[in-house]
Design a protein around this ligand. Structure first.
Ligand SMILES: Cc1cc2nc3c(=O)[nH]c(=O)nc-3n(C[C@H](O)[C@H](O)[C@H](O)COP(=O)(O)OP(=O)(O)OC[C@H]3O[C@@H](n4cnc5c(N)ncnc54)[C@H](O)[C@@H]3O)c2cc1C
Length: 387
């Protein structure tokens, strides 16, 4: 890419590329662009990593055979390579392998855009040679007594390479690496308008060869042409205390689980092994009944924690108490089909990861950086065009 030019149109500061929004997607794009030698400006209205968008709460699941569809598998496979590369370059520990179970009762509803999430997971594993085991409910009960099955579960999918990634650390590490490769990062600065080669913030005007917008739940506000495509939903992550040492050990030895419990779209629970004896077990569900906006209420009420415990924890995860140690809300930006949007228009839009984007973020970042720099990418992004 060209050498830095600091005077653009009308005296605006000029860069090869400007990335607006430095969360999961934007930090990955900025890192990969800067690493490839581009002169990059990254802008964020807050100070990432922060707790106001979609990329916080200690852990995110990463699984290779993704139930959202096998077209995503090359992205998560590449992401696993990139997480290890970023770990080596940054010295941060980011990805932990725990194994993971996908379970569903008979008649489970459509989930994350897949008619049958469990069957799609198994098909993706077979198509992409992902090591896995199929476990009948008796085997799940015997191996993982922390999970009290309903009695209606089908044969479950177990993947040994499933694990979690630490989202806040990942964003911080990629921003540090971007800066080390020469990127300019301006945080606490809000983009007011974006257009082809142009960004105006509340502090300055900038020009660039390419403008990339990764504004997460704010994308609809910044990009009116996409507003109708994106719906924002507030989701809550809860950490419940374990009853005693024995319960802690049972949960520590249980893999990540995704468990469809009924025939409603949002009738499922997922959870993680505890990070340590005092952290509690993180569990969450999803809701699509009440759309909101990026201005959604962030605080979580005691009533919400009580409902989560009553609906999903009390009977299904009996080693956990009703003591909710922590809860945080977080926003999904969702398209009608629960897919992604990577749209190469006047601005390159990277958004609407529909609640399953984090695991793919470094590979999406790498592909978007390639697309911005050369017009082509190694992994095919064309399936995510907005049209
Ligand atoms: C509760 C929850 C659980 C999830 N679990 C998983 C999981 O287990 N596995 C998985 O793969 N995915 C998961 N996801 C999805 C994943 O976390 C998201 O897809 C991903 O983090 C989205 O990242 P983003 O970069 O699009 O948005 P964000 O990280 O929110 O980044 C957007 C950034 O843009 C900035 N911004 C916005 N507007 C402006 C502006 N005008 N000017 C400047 N900056 C601006 C914001 O400050 C923000 O930093 C989960 C999401 C949630 C909410």
């Amino acid at each position: 890419m060209a050498a830095p030019v600091r005077s653009g149109r009308g005296g605006a500061l000029s860069y090869d590329a400007i990335v607006v929004g430095l969360g999961a997607m934007g930090s990955a794009v900025a890192h990969q662009l800067a690493k490839a030698g581009a002169d990059v400006l990254g802008i964020d209205r807050f100070h990432p990593p922060h707790e106001l968008g979609s990329t916080h709460g200690e852990t995110r699941i990463t699984r290779l055979a993704v139930g959202e569809g096998s077209r995503y598998v090359p992205f998560v496979k590449r992401s696993h390579e990139l997480w290890r590369e970023i770990e080596r370059e940054s010295g941060e520990s980011l990805m932990t392998r725990t194994g993971g179970l996908v379970m569903a009762v008979e008649g489970a509803a459509r989930c994350h855009g897949a008619d049958d999430f469990l069957a799609t997971t198994i098909a993706a594993a077979r198509e992409h040679d992902v090591p896995h085991e199929l476990l009948d409910p008796e085997a799940v009960r015997a191996r993982y007594p922390a999970l009290a099955l309903t009695g209606r579960e089908r044969t479950a999918y177990f993947e040994p390479d499933t694990g979690f990634v630490r989202p806040e650390r990942a964003v911080a590490a990629q921003l540090r690496l971007a800066a080390a490769h020469g990127a300019t990062l301006r945080t606490g600065e809000r983009a007011r308008t974006v257009g082809a080669g142009h960004v105006a913030t509340d502090a300055a005007e900038y020009t660039a060869g390419r403008v990339i917008v990764a504004a997460g739940p704010w994308a609809g506000e910044l990009l009116p042409e996409h507003r109708e495509r994106f719906a924002v939903y507030r989701q809550v992550q809860f950490w419940f205390d374990v009853a005693d040492d024995a319960a802690y050990e049972r949960h520590r030895d249980t893999p990540i689980f995704i468990w469809q419990l009924g025939d409603a779209h949002d009738d499922f629970v997922y959870g993680f092994p505890p990070l340590d004896r005092r952290s509690g077990v993180k569990v969450a569900s999803e809701q699509y009944a009440t759309p909101t906006s990026a201005g959604a209420r962030r605080e979580v009420t005691a009533d919400e924690a009580r409902r989560m415990y009553d609906d999903y924890v009390r009977e299904r995860l009996p080693g956990l108490t009703d003591r909710c140690l922590r809860a945080t809300s977080c926003l999904y930006t969702v398209t009608a089909g629960h897919g992604f949007v990577v749209d190469d228009g006047d601005v390159l839009t990277v958004s609407a990861c529909s609640g399953h984007g984090f695991k793919h973020s470094p590979a999406i970042g790498e592909a978007v950086a390639q697309l911005a720099a050369t017009g082509r990418s190694t992994l095919d992004l064309s399936g995510f065009a907005a049209a």
